[in-house]
Write a protein that binds this ligand. Structure first.
Ligand code: FAD
Length: 371
C-alpha cells in the first residue's frame, strides 16, 4: 500500500515505522522544519532543550517501555517538581512533605485529620466543580496556595467554572514520597527525544518531507495515496465546517543564563496569581546537570487561549467540545473512508507519550484499516 502519514510526531512515526516494516511504502509530511512534533529536543550549549515543554517519559506498560528502549537509552530521572508560592517552596505532588511544609504535621493521621477538618466546608456534598473536588481531596489551605491560581492561569478560567474530573486523579499521598508519577517505568532518553523519532523514521521504505503542509495539496494527497494517517487537527481537516474545537496554547520563553545552576530542580511551578507564567523548567537537571558546568538554560511557560495560527497544545475536553469532536468523527466515517485520524490532535485527546505509542500500535495492525 501507499501510505501518507501527516505529522512526524510520535504517533505518526510509530505508524510509519510499523507500516514500513509490514512492507508498505510510506511518505511522511511534516509542516514544521523538524521531526518529532512536541517531543522535539535539541542540544544548545551542550544541554538538551525540550522545545515544547518538559517531557518526562513514564509508563505502566512494560511492552511500551521495551518498545522505546529500541530507540534510546534512558536515564533514571524521577519527576519531583516543586512549587513556589510567594517565595515559599512546597513539595509536589501533595504528600507528607507538603503537609509538613503547610501545617507542620508529621504523621499521616495528623495530615488526614487536617484535611478532614477543612473539607467540612463542603458539608458532605459531592464536589460539583474543580474547586470543590480539590478541597475535598486536600483541604482549603492547599487549594488556596497550590491549586487555585495555578489552575486559573493554566486553563484561563476560575476553578469553580471547571469540571471536577480534571483533577479527579490528582496524586495525594500520605507518605514522604515526592515522585510525581505512579508508574514503574520512568526516565529521560540520554541525548534527547528527537533520536527516538529519528530512529523510527530511519526504517527503509519511509520518505520524510519537512516544511510541507497537508492543506497545500489536500485533494492531490487524498487522490495519490491508498491511506492517509492524519495526526493534525480533525476540525481543520474538515475546514472547521461544524465549528472550531477549543485548545489551550502555550508560549515558551527560553534563555541561556551564565550561571551553573538557576533553580536547583528541573521543574518549579509558580502557583501564585501575580507571576504570569506557570512554571520554569531548567533543562540540564533532566540529565542531572552534568552537560554544561558553567551555563544553564531555562524556559518560562505562559499558558494562552488558542486561536488559529497558534500551536494547539491541549484539547479542552469539556462536554461541548467532546460532543463537537464526536460530530467530526461521524463526518469522518461518512466522507473520508481512506483517512485514519490519530494522535493527540486527530483523536482530540491528551495523550502522554506512552499512550500515543500504544494508540499507534493499536491501529497499525488493524486489518480493517490497512488492507
Ligand atoms: P504531535 O507531537 O503534536 O505531532 C503531530 C505533528 O503533526 C506535529 O509535528 C505537527 O506539526 C504535525 N502537523 C499537524 N498538522 C499538520 C499538517 N496540516 N501538515 C503537516 N503536518 C502537520 N507526555 C508525556 O508522556 N510526558 C510528559 O512529561 C509530557 N509533557 C508534555 C508537556 C507539554 C507542554 C505538552 C504539550 C505535551 C506533553 N506530553 C507529555 C504529551 C506529548 O507531547 C504527546 O504524547 C506527543 O507529542 C503526542 O504525539 P503526536 O504525534 O500525537 O502529536
Amino acid at each position: 500500500m501507499k501510505i501518507l502519514v501527516v505529522g512526524a510526531g510520535l504517533f505518526g512515526a510509530v505508524v510509519a515505522r510499523e507500516r514500513a516494516l509490514a512492507g508498505d511504502s510510506v511518505t511522511v509530511i511534516e509542516k514544521r522544519p523538524h521531526i518529532a512534533g512536541n517531543i522535539y529536543t535539541e542540544p544548545v550549549a551542550g544541554i538538551q532543550v525540550h522545545r515544547y515543554g518538559a517531557h518526562i517519559f513514564h509508563t505502566k506498560s512494560q511492552r511500551i517501555w521495551n518498545y522505546v528502549q529500541q530507540f534510546a537509552e534512558f536515564n533514571r530521572y524521577t519527576n519531583e517538581p516543586i512549587a513556589n508560592y510567594h517565595g515559599k517552596i512546597y513539595n509536589l505532588p501533595f504528600n507528607m512533605n507538603t503537609f509538613y511544609e503547610m501545617w507542620g504535621v508529621t504523621t499521616p493521621a495528623q495530615a488526614q485529620a487536617k484535611i478532614a477538618e477543612q473539607r467540612q466546608i463542603l458539608a458532605g456534598k459531592t464536589p460539583r466543580n474543580l474547586e470543590e473536588q480539590a478541597i475535598s481531596l486536600v483541604g482549603t489551605d492547599i487549594y488556596q496556595t497550590l491549586i487555585k491560581d495555578y489552575t486559573a492561569k493554566q486553563w484561563g478560567r476560575a476553578p469553580k467554572e471547571l469540571p471536577a474530573f480534571i483533577i479527579r486523579r490528582l496524586p495525594v499521598r500520605f507518605t514522604y514520597d515526592n515522585n510525581y508519577f505512579d508508574d514503574p517505568y520512568q526516565g529521560i532518553p540520554i541525548g534527547g527525544y528527537t533520536q527516538i523519532v529519528e530512529g523510527m523514521l530511519a526504517q527503509p521504505g519511509i520518505t520524510v518531507a519537512l516544511n510541507t503542509d497537508f492543506f497545500e495539496k489536500k485533494a492531490q494527497y487524498l487522490h495519490d495515496f491508498d491511506r492517509v494517517v492524519f495526526t493534525g487537527m480533525i476540525d481543520q481537516f474538515f475546514d472547521y465546517s461544524l465549528g472550531t474545537l477549543a485548545y489551550r496554547s502555550l508560549r515558551f520563553e527560553t534563555e541561556l543564563v551564565d550561571i551553573p545552576n538557576y533553580q536547583g530542580n528541573a521543574v518549579v511551578n509558580y502557583t501564585d496569581a501575580q507571576t504570569p507564567f506557570t512554571r520554569i523548567i531548567e533543562h540540564k537537571h533532566f540529565e542531572f546537570g552534568t552537560s554544561n558546568r558553567h551555563q544553564t538554560i531555562i524556559t518560562k511557560e505562559y499558558p494562552m487561549t488558542w486561536e488559529k495560527g497558534l500551536e494547539p497544545y491541549y484539547p479542552v475536553n469539556d462536554q461541548q467540545n467532546d460532543a463537537l469532536f464526536q460530530q467530526y468523527r461521524h463526518l469522518a466515517t461518512q466522507t473520508a473512508a481512506t483517512v485514519i485520524f490519530g494522535g493527540r490532535l486527530g483523536a482530540y485527546r491528551y495523550y502522554n507519550m506512552d499512550q500515543a505509542i500504544a494508540a499507534a500500535l493499536q491501529i497499525v495492525y488493524n486489518k480493517d484499516l490497512f488492507h
